[in-house]
Ligand binder design. Structure first.
Ligand code: PLP
Length: 425
């Protein structure tokens, strides 16, 4: 028998054919053909990053989030993407002796754990569960209170994602966002919010409807109760072009108060080498100048993302729901015009008594199918075998095409059926 073609539903990255390669090529040629762009592009950049790009990002986000006030370019610095920037944030604004604890929404994007470990927080990470409204603000507040009583010192850094969360797909409600900002202010904590998927939102029920994005936590911190409690604020938005242009682009942005952004730009690596990815920043800026970013998102990423999302949801309904698997509620909502869905993945609870690790192992061995095992999204420091994530899978839909997504789900159904049969006999 021919071996099965590999199918990978674990990859949380865009398929190469979803990337704006031709536009990027034109942008690079344009930038490198103009000395007023290529000279600064090939030099050491300013600490805060390429100013025209900061301006373009500021006006793009003001339009996208429909902010009451235009966002000022001073609030931004250019980064080497969300991962690089988390390292910078931790280097500049935390110290494992002073910052006592890192609280992360759970399940969380698994590749951040090492970054916190590198920054000295090996034993200082704790998970806060989320429900269908996002991170459980009451649980966070209780944890902070308890911790402060025991420790009598200043917390903390919180790591959250607010829309189309990776891995659970959850979008945090506005009231939950406001609660989190208030809690951060009360406990003098910094919220690091990976705003990575906000631009990839669609209405699953109605192709023509363009859902409004939620206010980001950083926007809420800018305006709630008269604005930030001090000049640094309590939220930094950690944005990236990885899911829009391509992960290899390694350009992102950080937004906070102007003082926060300036402080972040004074990391040793910036004052010595300039902001990361200076040349690539000039290419990305050309994509803004030619309006290609917005066009690419509107004409390729959103329609393709929506189609793939619909394909995975209907395959799950057809092949996995009858076996007792359950999707997270966000993925299957709601009325036309209100159904804000998006991102890169869906979160699936397996039928009892199946465990994710066993399902993933069998899927890989017998079906050449790679899946995101819930276990890997568990925050070190709060491990417990009882958690639901051990019975859950993350399934990504932006890597494989629609046909292969459906085939992947069929193969998964096969594995689940077999394991259920064994478990019941
Ligand atoms: C929540 C989240 N944060 C950060 C990243 C990584 O971003 P970057 O490529 O900009 O480092 C990802 C990528 O999957 C992600 O899902």
């Amino acid at each position: 028998m021919m071996p099965l073609e590999p199918i990978d539903l674990f990859q949380g990255r865009p398929a190469p054919d979803l990337l704006p390669t031709e536009h990027l090529k034109n942008a690079a040629v344009k930038a490198l053909s103009d000395k007023t762009v290529s000279d600064p592009g090939l030099g050491y950049g300013p600490d805060e990053g390429y100013f025209p790009l900061r301006q373009n990002i500021a006006s793009w986000l003001s339009n996208f989030y429909r902010t009451q006030q235009p966002i000022d370019a001073e609030r931004f610095c250019i980064t080497g993407g969300a991962s690089q920037n988390l390292t910078s944030i931790l280097t500049v604004f935390t110290d494992p002796l002073q910052t006592r604890m890192v609280w992360l929404v759970e399940p969380t994007y698994h590749l951040v754990f090492r970054t916190f470990e590198d920054a000295g927080f090996h034993d200082q990470m704790r998970g806060i569960p989320e429900d269908e409204e996002g991170m459980d603000a009451n649980a966070l507040e209780r944890a902070l209170e308890l911790f402060q009583e025991e420790d009598n010192s200043t917390p903390d850094a919180d790591k959250v994602r607010d829309s189309f969360s990776n891995p659970s797909g959850t979008t945090m409600t506005t009231s939950r966002r406001e609660s989190l900002v208030r809690i951060a202010r009360k406990f003098d904590a910094l919220i690091v919010c990976d705003d990575v998927y906000d631009f990839l939102g669609w209405d699953l029920q109605d192709v023509k409807s363009i859902p409004s994005p939620f206010q980001r936590l950083v926007d809420i911190d800018r305006t709630l109760d008269g604005g930030p409690s001090d000049c640094f604020g309590n939220v930094v938005s950690n944005g990236t072009f990885s899911k829009l242009i391509g992960p290899g682009c390694r350009v992102g942005w950080a937004e906070g108060t102007a003082k926060f952004a300036y402080g972040l730009s004074q990391a040793g690596q910036n004052i010595s080498g300039g902001a990361p990815c200076q040349l690539m920043s000039t290419f990305v800026n050309e994509l803004f100048e030619s309006k290609m970013i917005e066009q690419h998102i509107a004409t390729v990423l959103i329609p393709q993302g929506r189609r793939r999302h619909l394909a995975i949801l209907s395959a799950i309904r057809e092949y996995l729901s009858p076996l007792g698997a359950v999707m997270s509620s966000d993925s299957i909502s709601s009325a036309p015009g209100t159904a804000l869905s998006g991102g890169y993945c869906v979160w699936l609870k397996l039928p009892a008594p199946l465990m994710a690790a066993e399902v993933c192992r069998r899927a890989s061995e017998t079906q050449n199918l790679t899946l995101g095992c819930g276990d890997v999204f568990e925050v070190p420091g709060s491990r417990s075998p009882e958690k639901e994530l051990h019975r859950s899978l993350r399934l990504c839909f932006m890597w494989e095409d629609e046909k292969r997504i459906v085939e992947g789900i069929q193969r998964l159904a096969h594995v689940i059926k077999e394991l259920l049969h064994t478990a019941r006999n």
